[in-house]
Design a protein around this ligand. Structure first.
Ligand code: ADP
Length: 494
């Protein structure tokens, strides 16, 4: 199979959250199954270029249309963690990819519709006509429509499209004028209603357009695939998804088991694996190296060295992740004699200020550390050093942090929603609660801390079961491959 993946993120060079991880993990697994994979990504000025091997210009002067003019693009090629990547550097006057960030610009719609079109121009120019175009989220969900319109008479149109929905909270709302800017006239489309938002008919909904037209639509966990068919979980897209049930499925994400591996992780000063854990049956030490990591982290942040559990959370601090519950659980953990480390990146100033004030208020405490930033390296250490990992999301399409925590022997405490409900189970590998309220999280947090203090054997078995889970990409990649093959078969002449 020849698969081209197009997305706005790709870990580790352009990562905001789980989307970047998925692109890396899925691609690496497909490559290990001997499939041909290539990633197309904007060449943001904030890319971590040090992590790109053999970076060189592949093509100068690739023109792409925007706002009545053709702009030049330079295409770069390189390899990231074994995955071939093509980077589109745009020379448009607005500097679309020169913003020192990946998302969050007022003209994100223009930036990513431009990228969608230039990605197709590039494939066309190099005569690369893949079997599958795997597209991710609203940023590139216009591509199936571009293939059926502006590129309908090109050989690119033979590619089958798979659109993966990583989070229905972001849909790419815009106006028909925004489409015109990249040369797509809504009035000339065969079915303009495909792009029409279900609730605001004057508004364009890029994600909805992709769902209507892509050959197959997936989302990132079986439970989220059910939730999005309801008014509560569908964010207004439930009816469109119900209409397309035959081409819609949920495939649970994996995590990259080479990148997230406590046995070899270069960010960890001490290494361990499940083999080490099974040697011990009593609590002290559960896992000597994990205890050493805990001490290491405590020294780093001047936390007190004492016999108490270390609870952690690594997250974007946005509404979806339940920031109020995170704050509540943090304070309750301290009240109950535990320690807490939070690494949280807030994109809005209000949330940042709220957590900054909390950090200041607790500045003297020897039991808490709050890091208000995105910090990849520190996140590895926190996954390794903690006992309990908190994910109290209001909704969670899949969630990778609970899986990473489990891989590192850190027991998760999660809300039963989306992919969290597909991966964490009471009494087996973690602690769960149903409604995202203080009343519901408190007894579960109590139970978890009580188990840590008083039932070391039970805790040990939760750790063991967590580490035994297989959240690698092996199974999900096989599911995607089966899907790609079915799609390709369906396009062959009978
Ligand atoms: P989402 O994509 O909604 O943010 P996921 O759980 O799917 O949530 O993926 C989150 C990914 O981003 C994980 O790899 C996690 O370690 C990482 N991450 C999130 N916030 C931070 C942060 N503040 N610092 C470092 N890594 C983070």
């Amino acid at each position: 199979m020849d698969i081209v993946q197009i997305a706005a993120e790709f870990a580790p060079i352009a990562k905001v959250g789980g989307l970047g991880d998925v692109l890396l993990g899925l691609s690496r697994e497909l490559i290990s199954k001997r499939e041909t994979v290539c990633i197309l990504l904007p060449k943001y000025d904030c890319l971590d270029v040090d992590k790109i091997e053999h970076l060189e210009v592949q093509m100068h002067d690739l023109p792409s249309y925007f706002n009545g003019e053709w702009h030049h693009n330079t295409i770069w090629k390189g390899i990231v963690e074994g995955v071939p990547v093509r980077l589109i550097e745009s020379h448009d006057p607005q500097g679309f990819f020169e913003r020192q960030k990946i998302y969050g610009c007022p003209d994100d719609i223009s930036r990513f519709t431009y990228f969608s079109r230039v990605a197709l121009e590039y494939l066309l120019r190099i005569n690369h006509f893949p079997d599958i175009l795997h597209l991710h989220d609203w940023h590139v969900s216009l591509i199936p429509i571009l293939l059926k319109t502006l590129y309908a008479s090109t050989p690119l149109n033979s590619a089958k499209t798979v659109l993966t929905l990583h989070n229905l909270a972001y849909q790419g709302h815009c106006k028909s004028y925004d489409l015109l800017q990249i040369g797509l006239n809504l009035k000339e489309l065969p079915s303009p209603s495909h792009l029409q938002d279900a609730h605001y008919p004057d508004s364009i909904n890029l994600l909805k357009g992709g769902i209507e037209v892509a050959d197959h639509v997936t989302t990132v966990s079986p439970t989220y695939a059910k939730e999005v068919l309801t008014a509560d979980g569908g964010n207004g897209l439930e009816n469109v998804l119900k209409k397309h049930l035959k081409k819609f499925s949920g495939v649970l994400n994996g995590i990259d088991y080479h990148y997230w591996n406590p046995e070899t992780d270069p960010h960890l000063p001490y290494h361990y694996s499940i083999v080490h854990l099974s040697k011990y049956s009593s609590r002290t030490p559960y896992l000597k190296e994990k205890e050493q990591l805990k001490s290491h982290l405590r020294r780093m942040f001047s936390l007190k060295e004492e016999d108490c559990p270390l609870v952690s959370c690594v997250t974007r601090l946005v509404h979806q992740k339940g920031p109020e519950l995170i704050k509540y659980a943090l304070l309750k953990t301290l009240e109950k004699g535990g320690q807490f480390v939070l690494i949280g990146s807030a994109s809005d100033e209000k949330t940042h200020a709220e957590f900054y004030n909390l950090k200041r208020k607790l500045a003297e405490s020897k039991h808490v550390h709050i890091e208000l930033a995105y910090n990849e390296s520190l996140s590895h250490l926190v996954y390794g050093a903690s006992d309990l990992f908190l994910v109290p999301s209001l909704f969670e399409p899949c969630g990778l942090t609970q899986m990473i925590a489990m891989r590192y022997g850190t027991v998760p405490l999660v809300r039963e929603t989306g992919g969290l409900a597909d991966t964490v189970f009471e009494k087996k590998n973690g602690f769960t609660f149903k409604a995202p309220t203080a009343e519901q999280i408190l007894p579960v947090l109590d139970r978890a801390l009580h188990t840590w203090y008083n039932a070391p054997e039970e805790w040990n078995s939760l750790m063991l079961n967590s580490m035994k889970e297989d959240f690698s990409w092996s199974k999900p990649a096989a599911e995607y491959l089966k899907l790609y093959k079915q799609l390709r078969l369906s396009s062959l002449p009978a």
